[in-house]
Design a protein around this ligand. Structure first.
Ligand SMILES: [Zn+2]
Length: 340
C-alpha cells in the first residue's frame, strides 16, 4: 500500500536542504474522502502517505524532534540540521486513531494544537457542516437572500468559498449573519450526513498527554480570525485556551498555532499577544522553513503537508524563495536521473 507513495516522498524529501528545520503542518489523518469538497479534502492526509513520508525521512537521515527541542536549540543560537517537527492543527479524533499509531511505531514526536471549544463528543467544525450541507442540495438560499445553483462540484466549491469568506470577515455583522445562516442551513436546508464523532475528547487528550512523544498546544477557544477581534477579545483566546488546556490536560501548555494563520489572520499584535500570554513558540500557516536561529519564535513558518505533496510544496508554498529552491532541486534531480 505504501509503494505508490514511496517514490514521490523520497523525491520530495530529497529537495529539502540539510541546513533546514522543517515544520510540516497537518490537519486530518484519514482515508482519502473523494466525495468531499476540495478545500476540505486538502486538509486530509492518508495514513499510508504519512507512514511513507516518515519512513522516507528516516531513511534520508532526517531527525524528528519536538517543539521544545526546536525552541531550546534556537535559544542556544542553533538551527537543528535535517530536523522536522510534526504539527497537527484543530484536534481531530483521527489524529489519535490513525496518526498516533504511526508516530508511536516510528517513535516520532508530534504536536496537536487543540481548539478548546471544539473538544468533545458531538462537536463539529463549521467548515465540515457547510461542506456536508452543500453536498446534499442543488440550490441554496444564501445569507443575503439570493438563491444560487449549487448542483455541480464547481458550484458547490464557489458557494463554499463565498460563505467561508463571510464567516472569516472582519465585519462582525457579516460574520454573525453567515454563522446564523449556516446554523439553520446545516439543520434544515441541507441536512447532515451522520459522520460520527469528529473531534478529540478531553479523555483522548489526557491519553495522548501521557505519552512523552505528544505535545499538546493551544489553537484558541473558538478558532476565530484573531486580527478581526478587539485586543481584549484576542487576548482572551490566547489566555483562556492555555488555561483550559492546562486545567484539563495537566502540565504546562507552551506552544500555540494561529487559526487560519496567514498574514491577514496573524500579525505583529498577535505575535506579541502569544508572547505575553506565556507561550514559548507560535506557528503560522505561512509557508517556509527555519533557516536562521534568530527567527521570531512567535511567527514560525511551516510547510503544508497535503495528500498531493507537490501541491503542498510547489503550488501552495507561498514563499517564492522556497518554491524556487524546490524547483531547482527538481531540475537537479531530473538531470541526475537522465544522466544515468
Ligand atoms: Zn485550525
Amino acid at each position: 500500500m505504501l509503494k505508490p507513495y514511496l517514490k514521490s516522498v523520497r523525491d520530495y524529501i530529497s529537495r529539502m536542504r540539510a541546513t533546514w528545520t522543517v515544520i510540516p503542518m497537518l490537519h486530518s489523518i484519514g482515508p482519502a474522502d473523494l466525495t468531499g469538497i476540495t478545500p476540505n479534502r486538502s486538509l486530509n492526509v492518508s495514513p499510508d502517505l504519512l507512514e511513507a513520508f516518515v519512513a522516507a525521512a528516516r531513511a534520508n537521515r532526517w531527525a524528528f524532534i519536538s517543539l521544545d527541542e526546536l525552541a531550546d536549540a534556537l535559544a542556544a543560537g542553533r538551527v537543528p540540521r535535517r530536523a522536522m517537527v510534526i504539527t497537527i492543527d484543530d484536534g481531530y479524533l483521527n489524529n489519535l486513531t490513525a496518526g498516533y499509531p504511526i508516530f508511536r511505531a516510528f517513535n516520532v514526536p508530534f504536536c496537536i494544537y487543540v481548539t478548546t471549544g471544539f473538544v468533545g463528543d458531538g462537536r463539529r467544525i463549521w467548515w465540515f457542516d457547510l461542506e456536508e450541507a452543500l453536498l446534499e442540495v442543488n440550490s441554496v438560499c444564501l445569507p443575503d437572500g439570493k438563491t444560487e445553483r449549487c448542483a455541480s462540484m464547481a458550484e458547490k466549491v464557489e458557494i463554499f468559498n463565498l460563505v467561508k469568506c463571510q464567516i472569516m470577515s472582519h465585519d462582525h455583522r457579516i460574520r454573525d449573519r453567515a454563522l446564523e445562516w449556516l446554523h439553520g442551513f446545516s439543520r434544515t436546508g441541507g441536512g447532515c450526513r451522520d459522520s460520527g464523532r469528529q473531534m478529540l475528547t478531553w479523555d483522548d487528550i489526557r491519553t495522548l498527554r501521557k505519552d512523552p512523544l505528544a505535545t499538546i498546544g493551544a489553537h484558541t477557544v473558538t478558532h476565530p480570525v484573531l486580527t478581526s477581534l478587539t485586543e481584549d477579545d484576542a487576548r482572551f483566546e490566547f489566555e483562556q485556551s492555555k488555561f483550559v488546556l492546562e486545567q484539563q490536560a495537566g502540565g504546562r501548555i507552551d506552544h500555540f498555532a494561529y487559526p487560519f494563520g496567514g498574514a491577514p489572520e496573524a500579525g505583529p499584535r498577535e505575535y506579541q499577544l502569544a508572547r505575553e500570554s506565556g507561550f514559548r513558540t507560535a506557528v503560522t500557516t505561512t509557508h517556509g522553513v527555519v533557516e536562521n536561529a534568530d527567527v521570531n519564535l512567535f511567527s514560525l513558518r511551516r510547510l503544508v503537508f497535503t495528500e498531493n505533496l507537490y501541491g503542498g510544496a510547489a503550488a501552495v508554498v507561498g514563499s517564492r524563495d522556497i518554491r524556487r529552491r524546490f524547483q531547482r532541486g527538481h531540475a537537479v534531480a531530473s538531470r541526475s536521473r537522465s544522466a544515468k
